[in-house]
Write a protein that binds this ligand. Structure first.
Ligand code: FAD
Ligand code: FES
Length: 284
């Protein structure tokens, strides 16, 4: 096993600009032995490191079935700004993978509703690709293909919609519902305009048979959980991916404490009923 306290080098293989402030990077681990040992599950994250600048936790937006490790990064501050200046061939430090993953065993023989806001679709793209590519390749290991699958995704404007060119492909396996807060009249937009919670009125789903995977701004997740539960979805079947400031990424420094839990180690993916008492409370 390699040491997760020490970053290993990965080279940027290609870069794709998603929106004005968000970019996807495919990286390749340089050390062959680490390349062989490195394995992740959808929902996990890496710490990305730039010497002299710092480290940031970033979800893995590709699926284990993909040949590449991808990260989709929105510029927020120092580290992400410096990452945005890198080019193909540049080397970045990586520690990981860390954290819990989306509980795929929960969706066997059930319906799945994926709900994402903004860049929150990045860790969910890993599940989407896992199911989509697995279905195309008829992988026998993918046993979660029986139920109905729905994606609800909301962004500020059509131009802020990440993976927009990929949604037509997602429709092979998912019913896709998109919404934006605002669409300028000159922008071509065929989806809904309004809050993501409004999409729940557009979809037909069986609340008692549906498992929800959700990631996005905390206020969005709180109101979405409320709406889902009002419609009869049990809290135990709702899973959310949380964000907190992080330092070590592995349950040592205490930076990401969330009540009695650590977001880096016990999360970022939590069962809603395990954390409902701490949601919305800052700095716990
Ligand atoms: C598990 C996990 C997965 C993530 N996945 C992604 C991803 O796939 N793509 C992506 O673009 N971003 C992701 N983020 C958010 C990303 O880590 C932060 O935006 C990043 O750390 C900012 O680093 P920075 O040095 O660029 O900005 P900083 O200067 O460190 O931060 C800019 C501002 O954002 C605030 N901030 C930083 N980190 C967080 C945080 N975790 N929660 C709340 N506020 C924060 C800071 O307080 C500051 O106000 C994830 C965060 C976590 C915890
Ligand atoms: S980031 Fe150090 S304990 Fe979670």
């Amino acid at each position: 096993m390699y040491d997760k306290t020490i970053p290993f080098d990965a080279a940027i293989r290609w870069i794709k600009k998603e929106t004005r402030d968000t970019t996807t990077y495919a990286i390749k681990i340089i050390n062959r032995e680490i390349q062989r040992l490195y394995a992740f599950k959808p929902g996990q994250f890496n710490m990305l490191y730039l010497p002299g600048i710092g480290e940031a936790p970033i979800s893995i937006s590709s699926a284990p079935i993909d040949n590449e490790i991808m990260h989709t990064i929105r510029i927020a501050g120092d580290v992400t700004t410096h990452i945005s200046r890198l080019n193909t061939g540049d080397v970045i430090g990586v520690r990981g993978p860390f954290g819990s993953s989306w509980p795929l065993e929960e969706i066997e023989d059930r319906d799945l509703m994926i709900i994402a806001g903004g860049v929150g679709i990045a860790p969910l793209r890993s599940v989407i690709r896992h199911l989509l590519v697995g279905k195309r390749r008829k992988k026998s290991s993918i046993q979660y293909q029986t139920g109905k699958k729905i994606i609800l995704y909301g962004a500020k404007t059509p131009k802020d919609m990440i993976f927009r060119d990929e949604f037509p492909r997602y429709m092979d396996a998912f019913e896709v519902f998109l919404t934006v807060d605002k669409a300028d009249p000159e922008e071509y937009w065929r989806g809904e305009v309004g809050l993501i919670t409004g999409l729940l009125n557009k979809v037909s789903f069986n609340p008692l048979n549906t498992v929800v995977f959700m990631c996005g701004p905390e206020v969005m997740m709180q109101s979405m959980v409320r709406e889902l539960m009002l419609r009869g979805v049990p809290g135990e079947k709702i899973f959310i991916s949380m964000e907190r400031n992080m330092n070590c990424g592995m349950g040592i420094c205490g930076h990401c404490m969330f009540g009695p839990k650590f977001v880096c180690k016990d999360g970022p993916v939590f069962r809603f009923t395990d954390i409902e008492g701490f949601l919305g409370i800052k700095e716990i």
